[in-house]
Design a protein around this ligand. Structure first.
Ligand code: HEC
Length: 403
């Protein structure tokens, strides 16, 4: 008998489907890949190659085996006990086993007439027609080679829109393969006049949490506030920080930002709160966990979380303690990587009653074998600070008074 790890109902269904026969591309793998991989792995998608037909999948089985077994793909690594944050969840044990069985069996294609049609992807905005689409002014092309890097731009908004407040936004890069993360904030100091059209950053703008608007990343949900609520905008341009990833080809650095404004009856004002610490050191060979808490003074809905950490961080955990209940995970990022930072926007904002304690913990590893120390002879002292070899402990939480 097969060892069965019981998961969700979907897991059980998938298992019973393939328990007595060898999985085939037509009946088992195509539906899985279409649903879990193709959104990114398609010609105009975010991933470097397409996985839209038998040939595309069968010629990459060795790679696919490796990246699914070590849970590298699907890559979106945020999890919450309060429901969906990322669009692409991890493969279940049963799905993973089916994929492995299929590869071991020599990737049989199965009956051609059972191959499901390739999924259609809408390139329209996911939240419907925006009120306004803004673009970067004179963005520079993405570098051809090297590590991911960041640039920031100022984007001014047309008059008359700021006062309305924002209810949602979404982002579309012109070169989807070259853009990994977008952070949008406000620039109350109007530094834009000094900075020209764009400038390099080290991935952190150091804007106080209260000036944040939100973040976007491929594979995650766009930010949308709950009905009847809005984010207030200050009278300043938007500050847009983009993480670019060189692809080896010419890619435009342009992104389009769709903005959705309040219509007038939004009475609740959402705001970002920040947990974290500024003054800390991590000794060589040391692993530490930093922690900070806040207590909500009213019933809230949590809309989004944006964590800031750098190369030595490896796990981010947000735990809620609702009075009289046991602890629950609001968000867990199990393998923090600076070039895979998600946009953790809840599909259904969790409701937390007044008096709930929120604890944010980030674990940092400065050991000899930590990925951040790979290219060093031995670990050095790490201090809190803004550069790429410093560390940050900040977790921003967007919430609004519950109805
Ligand atoms: C959220 C978008 C996204 C989803 C969903 C996704 N991938 Fe990927 N995939 C990527 C990106 C981007 C890369 C390029 C590597 C990187 O940037 O980390 C990649 C790379 C890969 C690679 C090459 C890895 C290497 O080392 O060269 C394989 C194989 C792969 N994905 C398979 C899959 C499979 C199978 C699925 C579905 C089970 C999947 N991916 C789902 C975005 C995605």
């Amino acid at each position: 008998m097969k060892a069965i790890l019981l998961g969700t109902m979907a897991t059980v269904a998938a298992l019973s489907m393939t328990a007595d026969r060898t999985p085939t591309y037509a009946e088992d793998i195509a539906p899985l890949v279409n649903e879990r991989c193709a959104d990114c792995h398609r010609p105009s998608g975010f991933a470097p190659f397409s996985l839209l037909g038998y040939e595309d999948v069968a010629k990459r089985t060795e790679l696919i085996r490796r990246v699914t077994i070590n849970r590298q793909m699907p890559p979106t690594d945020g999890w919450s006990s309060f429901g969906e944050v990322a669009v692409h969840s991890k493969l279940s044990d049963a799905e993973l086993r089916m994929l492995q069985d299929w590869i071991r069996a020599g990737t049989p294609e199965g009956p051609k007439d059972k191959i499901p049609p390739a999924p259609q992807f809408e390139d329209d905005w996911r939240l419907g027609p925006p009120d306004q689409v803004v673009r970067l002014e004179r963005p520079t092309a993405v570098r051809l080679a090297g590590n991911p890097y960041w640039r920031a731009y100022f984007v001014s908004l047309p008059d008359g829109l700021l006062e309305r407040g924002l209810v949602a936004f979404d982002v579309k890069p012109l070169s989807p393969k070259a853009v990994r993360h977008v952070l949008i904030a406000q620039d109350p100091n109007a530094a834009s006049t000094l900075m020209g059209f764009g400038f390099s950053t080290v991935g952190t703008l150091n804007v106080p949490g209260k000036h944040l608007i939100g973040t976007w990343a491929p594979g995650y949900r766009p930010l949308r506030l709950p009905p009847g609520s809005k984010l207030l905008l200050e009278n300043s341009p938007l500050l847009v920080q983009i993480q670019y990833a060189p692809t080896g080809k010419y890619e435009s650095g342009q992104v389009e930002i769709a903005l959705y404004f309040a219509k007038g009856d939004e009475k609740r004002v959402a705001s970002w709160s920040t947990l974290g610490k500024d003054d800390f050191t991590i000794q060589p060979e040391q692993s530490i966990v930093l922690e900070d808490t806040l207590v909500f003074g009213e019933d809230v809905e949590v809309v989004a979380v944006h964590a800031e950490a750098r190369l030595f961080a490896d796990q981010v955990n947000l735990i809620t303690k609702i009075p009289g209940e046991s602890d629950r995970t609001l968000l867990q990022i199990y393998a923090w990587k600076l070039d895979w930072v998600g946009a953790y926007n809840f599909a259904q904002p969790p409701k937390l009653p007044k008096g709930t304690t929120l604890t944010a913990r980030i674990a940092y590893d400065n050991g000899r074998h930590a990925p951040a120390n790979e290219e060093r002879e031995k670990p050095g002292l790490v201090t809190s600070g803004p550069t790429l070899m410093d560390e940050i402990f900040k977790v921003h939480v967007l919430s609004v008074r519950a109805q």
